[in-house]
Design a binder for this molecule. Structure first.
Ligand SMILES: [Zn+2]
Length: 81
């Protein structure tokens, strides 16, 4: 990923979770990402089980990427077909 960033002129920084699970570390990690990033791309699947209540849209599955993007305020959703 770092090489991809260098080739495309953007910085890549890994931010790891302290634990596994939303309250065990994922939420804190995503809050850091939301503060640190200029722009968030949320990669989401087509809707399968739960539509995205973060975006309040039915065209993609919910994802913490949208939660992070919404917290940041500057994001877009890329829906995988
Ligand atoms: Zn969403």
């Amino acid at each position: 990923m770092r090489q991809y960033g260098q080739a495309n002129h953007f910085q890549v920084t890994k931010i790891h979770s302290k634990g596994r699970g939303w309250e065990e570390g994922f939420k804190e990690r995503n809050e850091i990402i939301a503060q640190y990033c200029d722009y968030i791309y949320s990669i989401a699947e087509s809707p399968k089980k739960t539509f995205c209540y973060h975006c309040n849209k039915t065209d993609h599955e919910k994802t913490a990427g949208c939660w992070t993007g919404k917290k940041n305020g500057n994001y877009e959703v890329v829906i995988l077909e």
